[in-house]
Design a protein around this ligand. Structure first.
Ligand SMILES: Cc1cc2nc3c(=O)[nH]c(=O)nc-3n(C[C@H](O)[C@H](O)[C@H](O)COP(=O)(O)OP(=O)(O)OC[C@H]3O[C@@H](n4cnc5c(N)ncnc54)[C@H](O)[C@@H]3O)c2cc1C
Length: 493
C-alpha cells in the first residue's frame, strides 16, 4: 500500500483533534486526521457533561495555569462558533451553593478574585432568590454564588460538527486507523498504522487517554499523565425541570466536582464521582453510583433512583501534581522537533477553540507556511430536529422527504429521515446514529427503536443486520439470526 503523505497529521478525533482540524482548514495545508475508533468523539469526549465553563472559578483557573488562558481565549468565540456550525448552545447559568453561612466568606473572596481578574459579573443570591430560580433545591442551602454566563453544548454533536466542517474544507479523515509506531527522520515522520504508513511533516498528538504513550513513541514524553475516572448518572427527561441551571455544592475538598447539570436535550446529569483508576477501564461500582446520587440529593432531595436511565464513566487526564493537578499540555515537545502534544484533562470542550488557535500559532512560529484557504466555508448545516419543528415545517419536510413522516424513536420523536441523514454524514454504528440524532437516548434506552435503527443502518450501509455494531470493533449486538439458533438447536436435539 503506498504511504499517504501529509503536512500535518492529527492523531485523535476527539474534541481537541476535531477543533484543530477545523482551525487548520482555514489555511492552504494538507491535513490528515487519524482516529482508531469507528467514529469521531468516541473517546473521552463522549463521557462529558457538556458544560462550557467561563473560567471564573479562580481557584480552578489560576492565571499561572496554561489551561486558564486557553479557556479565556475560547470564551469570546464559543457561542459564535456554535452558531456557524448550527450546534445547539444553551446559556443556563450556574449556582455554587453553600449550606453554612461561614462559607459565604469564601464565596465573597472568590467574587473579589473574579472581579480583580476582570472575568465578569457574578453575584451572591440569598436562599429565597435561589429558590425562586431553582424551586427544587434543598432547604439546607443558605445561598449561592451565581454565574449567569455558564452554558452547555452536546460535546459529541459539537465534535462531529467541527469534523464535518473540517472535512468539507479539505481535511482528510481516516477512521479505524490506529497509530502503532512512529519514526522521526530529519524532515518527516513515518507513522505506522493498522491501515499502512503515513508520512507527515508535523504531528499534533491529540490522542486523549493515550497522549503520553504516543509521545513516548518518539521519545517526546517529557510529561506523564495520570487518569482520574469520573462517574456520571443520567436522569430521565421528565426530571429536566428540576434544575434549570448548573447546581454545585461549594467543594469540601479541592477537586470535589459534585454537580447537577441539565443537558441541551433536557435530561439532567449528576456526578462527577471521581476515583483514581487504571486507564481504559470504564467500569463503575455500585458505591460510585450511590455516592453520586446521594451527593446530588444534598442539592435536590426529590431526585429519585427510579429516574436514573443511564450511567457512564470517562477519564480526566491530568499532568503530574508538581505543576498543579489541573494543568494541561498544549505545546511543542521539548525533545522531538515538529511534534506537538495536546491534552486538556478539564475543560477540553470549553477550551477547544483556544487550544486549536494555539496550535496554529505554534505551527506558524515553527515556520510552517500558512496561507489562507480561499475556499474555506465556516458554515455547516445541522440535521433537522423533527421534534423541535412547528407543524408547518414538519409538513414541508415530509413533503420533501417522506422518511421524515416515519417516527422510529418514540421517546425522543426521531424520524427515519433524521437517521438516514446521520448515516449519510458518516454514522456507521448504533452509537454513531444515537449521538447525531438521539434514538436510544430516551427512557427505553433503545429497547423499542434499537432493532429498527439496526435495520435502517444495515439497509443504508448494504450490510447484514448481524454486522451492525454498537460502536465498532467487537461490539456487535446481534450474534445470530433467531432462525439460525432454532435450526442449530433442532439439529442438536
Ligand atoms: C466525566 C467527565 C466530564 C467532563 N465534563 C466536561 C465539561 O463539562 N466541560 C468541558 O469542557 N470538559 C469536560 N470534561 C473534559 C473533556 O471531556 C476533555 O478535556 C476532552 O474531551 C478531551 O478531549 P480529547 O480530544 O483530548 O480526548 P478524546 O476525546 O479521548 O480524543 C482522543 C482520540 O484519540 C484517539 N486515539 C487514541 N489513541 C490513538 C491511536 N493510537 N491512534 C489513533 N487514534 C487514537 C481516541 O480514540 C480518541 O477518539 C469532562 C471529562 C470527563 C471525564
Amino acid at each position: 500500500m503506498p504511504a499517504t503523505e501529509t503536512e500535518v497529521l492529527i492523531i485523535g478525533a476527539g474534541v481537541l483533534g476535531a477543533a484543530t482540524a477545523r482551525e487548520l482548514s482555514r489555511y492552504k495545508l494538507d491535513v490528515t486526521v487519524v482516529e482508531k475508533n469507528v467514529d469521531v468523539g468516541f473517546g473521552i469526549t463522549k463521557s462529558n457533561v457538556g458544560v462550557v465553563c467561563q473560567g471564573r472559578d479562580t481557584l480552578e483557573f489560576r492565571p499561572e495555569y496554561h489551561r486558564s488562558h486557553l479557556l479565556w481565549k475560547s470564551i469570546p468565540v464559543m457561542e459564535s462558533l456554535c452558531k456557524e456550525l448550527e450546534v445547539p448552545f444553551k446559556n443556563i447559568g450556574c449556582h455554587i451553593m453553600i449550606k453554612d453561612l461561614v462559607k459565604k466568606e469564601k464565596l465573597d473572596k472568590g467574587l473579589k478574585r473574579t472581579e480583580s481578574l476582570g472575568l465578569g459579573t457574578d453575584r451572591y443570591c440569598t436562599y429565597s432568590e435561589l429558590k425562586e430560580m431553582e424551586p427544587y433545591v434543598s432547604k439546607d442551602i443558605v445561598g449561592s454564588l451565581y454565574d449567569h454566563a455558564i452554558s452547555i453544548v452536546h460535546p459529541v454533536v459539537y465534535t462531529e460538527a467541527l469534523m464535518e466542517n473540517a472535512t468539507a474544507n479539505g481535511v482528510r479523515l481516516m477512521l479505524e486507523t490506529e497509530v502503532t509506531g512512529i519514526q522521526q527522520d530529519p524532515h518527516m515522520f513515518t507513522v505506522q498504522t493498522n491501515q499502512g504508513e503515513i508520512k507527515a511533516r508535523y504531528i499534533v498528538n491529540a490522542a486523549g487517554e493515550w497522549v503520553d504513550r504516543i509521545a513516548a513513541m518518539v521519545n517526546a514524553d517529557d510529561f506523564v499523565l495520570f487518569p482520574i475516572k469520573g462517574y456520571v448518572g443520567v436522569m430521565d427527561r421528565k426530571c429536566g425541570g428540576m434544575a434549570n441551571s448548573l447546581l454545585a455544592l461549594f467543594p469540601e475538598e479541592p477537586g470535589d466536582m459534585n454537580i447537577i447539570v441539565p443537558t441541551v436535550e433536557g435530561n439532567l446529569l449528576f456526578g462527577i464521582q471521581l476515583q483514581i483508576n487504571r486507564r481504559h477501564d470504564r467500569s463503575f461500582t455500585e458505591h460510585m453510583a450511590t455516592e453520586a446520587l446521594k451527593n446530588a440529593r444534598k442539592v435536590i432531595p426529590d431526585l429519585s433512583e427510579k429516574d436514573v436511565i443511564k450511567s457512564f464513566c470517562g477519564f480526566l487526564m491530568f499532568r503530574n501534581f508538581e505543576i498543579g493537578w489541573h494543568e494541561c499540555e498544549v505545546a511543542m515537545s521539548q525533545r522531538a522537533e515538529r511534534f506537538i502534544n495536546m491534552t486538556i484533562g478539564y475543560p477540553g470542550v470549553s477550551a477547544s477553540p483556544g487550544a486549536a488557535m494555539e496550535i496554529v500559532d505554534i505551527l506558524q512560529k515553527d515556520g510552517l507556511k500558512m496561507e489562507p484557504n480561499p475556499e474555506f466555508n465556516p458554515r455547516r448545516k445541522a440535521i433537522p430536529d423533527f421534534s423541535e419543528l412547528s407543524d408547518a415545517k414538519r409538513r414541508e419536510l415530509i413533503k420533501k422527504d417522506p422518511l421524515y413522516g416515519h417516527v422510529v424513536c418514540r421517546c425522543e420523536t426521531v424520524t427515519e429521515g433524521e437517521i438516514v441523514e446521520a448515516i449519510r454524514r458518516g454514522a456507521t454504528t448504533l452509537d454513531g446514529v444515537k449521538f447525531r440524532v438521539r434514538p436510544g437516548t430516551g427512557r427505553c434506552q433503545g429497547g423499542f427503536c434499537g432493532p429498527r435503527v439496526t435495520r435502517i443502518l444495515a439497509r443504508e450501509l448494504g450490510i447484514p443486520e448481524t454486522e451492525v455494531t454498537k460502536r465498532g470493533g467487537e461490539s456487535e449486538h446481534l450474534h445470530y439470526e433467531t432462525k439460525e439458533i432454532l435450526e442449530e438447536g433442532g439439529s442438536n436435539a
